[in-house]
Design a protein. Structure first.
Length: 236
């Protein structure tokens, strides 16, 4: 949701950080559930949070200014040059000692403001010891699958609005703009199975007991559905 990606759009992978209290074997036990719930193809594991999060630090001037006086400017320069490893150590221990103009300056747990930013192209979430990163790249193949899923959703809604029984077999005619028409053709058998359709055919002017045009991710899809009668199919 944060990335503005529809939940029916499959994504390639999610990274789980296992070095901070999340055992890999525990995730593996519920792997299939996770993949299904968030519509992601693969789970991968990384050891350190620094592999998915870039951290930066800056002094809390309201605390350090009165305490350090003129030294705070040099402390600021040092702090802003800290690498991820040092920042992570500070976050774990709550203390950091810097050498500034020949003096040792010790910083406590509330003296620095830590900012975290996910790596580009990933959506990162942290809660307690759990850190996960979601790869938000939508490849053409994944987009096609997402469009097919959207088509199924619209067909199911159209069935319901038309008052069909959940067990009714149907015929479907459709007309769509290029990408979604290609996606429906590619996933034809899967869509038929999901919607109890005997026929799923392209048409220049879809007809049926219920016909509706949908806008889906800048694509347009017109669908016509009707209950199947013996020996009859919905023509193009």
């Amino acid at each position: 949701n944060q990335a503005g990606i529809n939940v029916r759009q499959p994504l390639p992978r999610i990274l789980v950080v296992t070095g901070t209290g999340v055992p890999e074997d525990a995730v593996e036990q519920v792997k299939d559930v996770i993949l299904d719930e968030i519509n992601v193809k693969e789970i991968e594991y990384v050891e350190h949070t620094s592999e998915v999060v870039r951290r930066s630090a800056k002094p809390d001037f309201s605390r350090l200014g009165p305490r350090l006086g003129d030294l705070v400017k040099d402390v600021n320069q040092k702090v802003r040059q800290l690498d991820d490893e040092t920042i992570n150590e500070y976050m774990e221990t709550g203390t950091l000692t810097l050498s500034v103009d020949g003096e040792e300056v010790t910083l406590g747990p509330d003296d620095l403001i830590i900012q975290s930013e996910g790596i580009e192209g990933w959506l990162v979430e942290q809660e307690g010891d759990v850190t996960v990163a979601l790869d938000t790249e939508v490849t053409p193949e994944l987009r096609a699958e997402g469009l097919a899923r959207e088509a199924v959703k619209r067909i199911q809604n159209l069935r319901k609005d038309a008052g069909f029984e959940v067990t009714d077999r149907i015929d479907i005619a459709y007309e769509g703009s290029s990408q979604i028409a290609d996606a429906v053709a590619e996933y034809r058998d899967w869509i038929r199975n999901e919607t109890l359709a005997l026929e799923l055919q392209p048409s220049d002017a879809p007809t049926g007991e219920a016909v509706e045009t949908f806008e889906i991710d800048d694509e347009q899809l017109t669908i016509g559905v009707r209950r199947t009668k013996a020996g009859e199919a919905l023509g193009a």
